[in-house]
Write a protein that binds this ligand. Structure first.
Ligand SMILES: Cc1ncc(COP(=O)(O)O)c(C=O)c1O
Length: 442
């Protein structure tokens, strides 16, 4: 694998862009952050000409693969008519109507440009309509990088940080204790702890925010009854249930995880897949709450909100996914299911504790040595051997398979049976290489 051109560009970038990267998340790459120049379908090429089957897919947005024709044509047509007007277009009505058609909780929709922003709008709205301050969030969930929610995404695990009452840990220097003062944090998937918190503080809690599948800490599914239990406890205490469907939305089902698990939140945040690669997010929810924005009681603003080319892209991406009863989404799910099965076959053959978990078309690959307790939350997910996962990831990249370093794999409508076969062959060889390097060490 050649990397000379990437190295030259990174050296140059570092002179003008801190770290040479525009999102800190991208630092976590080997041998260093690479530069890319082209993507098409399931494939992406870096500036040194290395070709990869891509399961990073922009970290989720490219559910239609790279350069999807339908989205590009819709966006380009609008580009020729104007980039933005700081006024309304029919395109945003069409996009909102489509979301309402697909998503159970989406009686009304407000658009923005990133998931972090729409999470922010959800938290503000929950506080506004309840007149309460506190938000319950869960360890290991990611809801964007803004100050008042970016806490306990990757907290330390030690006896000073008890499971039943976790301490608050900011994600970054620069966040103040006051930013986290209105948060409660609990481990995920433990309804008894949530109920106990509500019994003592129910009248302070404005809302509960959760990824309905804990994608950011290992594609962990909710325990049976957990989401429904959150729904009940919120109803009993007058708090809003907020699903962060930035990853699950339009992916695990056309209606997102709320349709998949049949638990309907009050508010839900969408981004990534909804735009097929355009910078977009949405807050969707029940009219009784969402109308607070329209009545100007709660501020939600943004120069780039619902900008017309992006709205054209959203409509095109969602039409593409949902046509013929969701045939294209089903295709991506089938391809992913097949890939998961084939990787599990490899798991049965290798001495390494390869574990595949998730809801197609998004799944997580990790190495969980036995004896192990079931992985149900952030803390139990830490049993996984991160060094092994890192080596496997590097070996995959060497063999032309590009995945997110933390082990999350996204599959698109553009991935084919041939991609699956090539990926499985590469994975088998990568596992052998990791096994050999382990043997050499011991
Ligand atoms: C579940 C979840 N919520 C929110 C966000 C933040 O979205 P953005 O990066 O668009 O601000 C992310 C980003 O990965 C996410 O995975």
């Amino acid at each position: 694998m050649k990397t000379d051109q990437s190295k030259n560009l990174l050296d140059r970038a570092r002179q003008v862009i801190p770290g040479g990267i525009s999102s800190n998340v991208r630092a976590n790459w080997e041998p260093f952050p690479l530069f890319y120049e082209r993507g098409e379908g399931s494939r992406v090429w870096d500036v040194d000409g290395n070709e990869y089957i891509d399961y990073v897919l922009g970290r989720g947005p490219l559910l239609l693969g790279h350069s999807p024709r339908e989205v590009i044509e819709a966006v380009t047509a609008q580009f020729h008519k104007g980039l933005m007007y700081a006024g309304q277009t029919e395109l945003e009505i069409l996009a909102a109507e489509k979301i309402r058609e697909l998503v159970p909780c989406a009686e009304m929709v407000r658009f923005a440009s990133s998931g972090s922003e729409s999470v922010h709008a959800a938290l503000r709205l929950a506080r506004a309509v309840t007149g309460r301050k506190k938000i319950l969030r869960f360890e290991g969930h990611y809801h964007g990088w803004l100050d008042n929610i970016a806490w306990n995404f990757a907290p330390p695990l030690d006896p000073d940080n008890p499971r039943e009452s976790p301490k608050l840990f900011p994600s970054s220097l620069g966040q103040t204790p006051e930013d986290g003062a209105n948060l409660f944090v609990l481990p995920w998937n433990d309804l008894a702890l949530v109920q106990n918190l509500f019994e003592h503080h129910g009248d302070e809690i404005a809302g509960v925010i959760t990824e309905p599948i804990m994608c950011n800490a290992g594609a962990i599914e909710p325990q049976p009854g957990f989401l429904a239990g959150l729904r009940d406890v919120c109803d009993q205490h007058g708090a809003l249930l907020i699903f962060d469907e930035v990853i699950t939305g339009f992916r695990v089902a056309l209606g997102g995880a709320q349709a998949y698990y049949q638990v309907i939140p009050d508010l839900a945040v969408f981004a990534k897949a909804m735009g097929g690669g355009m910078c977009v997010s949405a807050l969707a929810g029940k009219e009784t709450y969402m109308r607070w924005f329209g009545e100007l009681k709660t501020v939600h603003a943004g120069t780039y909100n619902a900008n017309p080319p992006v709205m054209a892209g959203v409509r095109a991406a969602l039409d593409f996914l949902s046509a013929n009863e969701g045939a294209m989404l089903k295709k991506a799910q089938t391809t992913a299911r097949r890939l998961m099965e084939r990787l599990r076959e490899l798991a049965a053959l290798t001495s390494l504790p390869l574990t595949i978990r998730g809801v197609p078309p998004v799944f997580h690959v990790s190495f969980v040595p036995s004896p192990s307790v079931p992985v149900t939350d952030y803390r139990t997910a830490q049993q996984a051997d991160k060094a092994l996962a890192r080596r496997f990831w590097i070996e995959l990249q060497e063999r032309g398979v590009r995945v997110i370093p933390e082990g999350l794999w996204f599959v698109s409508t553009a991935h084919t049976e041939r991609d699956v076969e090539e990926t499985v062959n590469a994975a088998a060889a990568a596992l052998r290489a990791v096994e050999q390097s382990q043997g050499a060490e011991s």
